[in-house]
Design a binder for this molecule. Structure first.
Ligand SMILES: Cc1ncc(COP(=O)(O)O)c(C=O)c1O
Length: 399
């Protein structure tokens, strides 16, 4: 048989961690602290089923045909209105509907990143963003947003864009304070670089009212409707249901146009049925009504995970208790712990974690783990953490 053409080289640079923790959900008895999954009990199944059947019956043209590339006009208008406020005015031209936040990251790669381009990225960096941009082989400038000597203008000069998850970052669960948000926005205006604000966890504040979005801070320095440098990414995945695969980009109209051209080649349009369901879930108040129950469930799970960590991991790791989101980031006290190895040992002990290497563009950080607290009930979180303590001791003994 003749030799088949080789796969593209970037495939050699990937990792199998996402596939491992998605598969971990199906291994009997394994406790999956590795993913970023919502609890399945929060989905309002009968209500969403009702919205789906009404959507098809009443809006066949919108739900069963291709939609306009940028999205159904009613959903674009709804998002524009929902995110407009005292400081910012948005119109439909500021909004692109995407197939999840993941697609928005991919389209930004296609639109802004040429081979070898520079990206200034909050470090550690969301694995899905790294995965999306990997085929372009960008060069990363890490932005440590809690460092005292942070100089955003220096990091952003000459970069195609800066990327940050200011609300409860994936992977660290950290909240970026208002002063730092403002300094990133100022640097974007001063340097002319785009600033991506990726915000899947923006509604998941457990202890305090939300901090201002960088989009809103930037609007104070831009014209209305919004034409500034912030590219805001939203999604229904963490508040409604990830299976809908609905996300949105809010940005200057020139950016929405460019991304729409990229989207045309990617998938022509996002499912009209899912767009209509999302529209109706917001318009009827269903999505907002669900939020208090989600917050109370996830707050108790955050508390349960942190209590179990206090009980079992105090001698092994350092961590900060997050005030929102889905994750705790724990860093080994002993530098010889290799968390890539720990992931494998953890699977043998019946617990799955995400190792820090996959959130580092260079793959070198091997000292931390990301732990999810939203997916499992409190008793399972406690068992998972005691298994992690055992696995860590075993991995350290083997190092
Ligand atoms: C930081 C961040 N961005 C984007 C996404 C993508 O979410 P989705 O494609 O489900 O909207 C996620 C999902 O976990 C995330 O954590």
């Amino acid at each position: 048989m003749p030799k088949r053409p080789a796969f593209a080289k970037w495939l050699d640079d990937t990792n199998d961690v996402t596939a491992t923790f998605l598969a971990a959900g199906r291994v009997p008895g394994l406790i999956n602290l590795g993913g970023g999954l919502p609890d399945t009990s929060v989905w309002p199944v009968p209500e969403l089923a009702g919205l789906a059947s009404t959507a098809v019956a009443k809006h066949a043209a919108e739900t069963l045909a291709y939609t306009p590339v940028a999205g159904l006009p009613n959903l674009r208008d709804l998002i524009a209105k929902r995110f407009s406020g005292d400081s910012i005015t948005l119109t439909r031209d500021n909004v692109l509907i995407t197939s999840g936040g993941a697609q928005a990251l991919g389209l930004l790669g296609t639109t802004l990143v040429e081979e070898g381009a520079v990206i200034a990225a909050q470090a550690p960096t969301y694995l899905g963003a790294l995965d999306n941009w990997r085929p372009r082989r960008p060069r990363y400038r890490p932005m440590r947003l809690d460092a005292n000597d942070l100089d955003p203008a220096k990091l952003m000069t000459g970069a195609q864009f800066a990327y940050a998850v200011p609300n409860f970052s994936n992977p660290t669960g950290k909240l970026v304070d208002t002063e730092t948000r403002q300094s990133l926005v100022d640097a974007a205006h001063d340097t002319g670089t785009w600033l991506i604000e990726d915000d899947p966890y923006g509604a998941l504040y457990y202890d305090a009212p939300p901090l201002p979005r960088m989009l809103d801070l930037s609007a104070e320095k831009s014209r209305n409707p919004y034409d500034g440098p912030v590219i805001y990414l939203g999604t229904v995945s963490k508040e409604l249901a990830p299976g809908l695969r609905i996300g949105w980009v809010i940005a200057a109209p020139e950016m929405i146009k460019a991304l729409s051209t990229a989207k045309q080649g990617a998938d022509m349009c996002t499912s009209g049925l899912c767009q209509q369901i999302t529209h109706d879930a917001f318009a009827t108040g269903l999505a907002d009504d669900m939020l208090p129950d989600i917050l109370s469930l996830y707050r108790s799970r955050r508390d349960a995970l942190c209590a179990a960590m206090d009980a079992h991991l105090g001698e092994l790791y350092d961590w900060e208790r997050p005030t929102g989101g889905m994750f705790v980031w724990a860093t080994a006290k002993r530098p010889e712990l290799n968390t890539d190895h720990l992931m494998k040992v953890g699977l043998e002990h019946g617990v799955c974690i995400s190792p820090s290497s996959v959130f580092d563009p260079e793959g070198r950080d091997r000292r931390s783990v990301r732990l999810n607290f939203t997916f499992n009930a409190e008793d399972k979180l406690a068992t998972g953490i005691s298994r992690l303590a055992e696995a860590t001791r075993t991995a350290l003994a083997q190092s």
